[in-house]
Design a protein around this ligand. Sequence first.
Ligand SMILES: *Cc1c(COP(=O)(O)O)cnc(C)c1O
Length: 281
Amino acid sequence: MPEIVVDVLRLDLIHPVISGNKWFKLQGHWPRIPQASGTVITFGGAWSNHLIATACAAHHSGIRSVGIVRGEAPRELSPTLRAARDYGMRLEFIRRSDYAARNDPALLAELSARYPGAYIIPEGGGGPPGIQGCAGILRTIDCTRYTHICCAVGTGAMFLGLALSARPEQYVIGIPVLKGVDPLAVPDACLLSPAQRTRSQTLSGYHFGGYARHPAVLLEFMNGLYRDTGIPTDIVYTGKLFFAIRDAVAHNIFPPFANLLLIHSGGLQGNRSLAPGTLQF
Ligand SMILES: *Cc1c(COP(=O)(O)O)cnc(C)c1O
């Protein structure tokens, strides 16, 4: 039997709070925060990995942070938001209908007026600086032997960063974790050369019903993966990535003797949204 080798790049181990790809995205954004204002503003939901990473990074750099949170202020904050607040992040809750306008110039202008000189990071930490930051992921190890680099896709910023920095002969395979996203259709995809674009592909059909949906079959897979390998995954991104790759290998999607590198992009804190005991790790 031709063998397929799968290695995992454990970015979940980089930092307990500024986890996974968020570390790299913030590397791209951080130098752009104006010294004078010393304020960063960003966006996220109640369990956002990006929001808590930004709050923690701001705390350690001695700058102010503001989090624009999707939805009405809850009676009790999620553990993620509580931790962000404890890092000093000022939380502003906005209605879901208003949150939909998070990239609109009008909302950004309103924020800039209230927080003069503040640097605004888009939801999820993307945009060209976040993408360039993610290009640093493949520089952390020697990746020459891998034929395919595989990652989860939310906004697609990490996927694009990997595509920008992969070697010319490597494929970058993205697993969208929500319905109907195509990271090659977003405006920032213009950063890729035609050759990088042809080597970047998505495997769809592994969103499990949508963003943050986690049916029992996914949870069972994650528990089994942990039992077999000791690798913990998260319900939103990496659980779906590992499931998809195992399924794709079983269906001979990859050529014989492929060497896969799976990017474990972190995000384990999001599992705190589950009832205790749901996961065995
Ligand atoms: C944010 C996040 C992603 C998605 O990254 P995008 O650049 O938005 O596609 C993937 N995995 C984890 C664990 C994340 O926290």
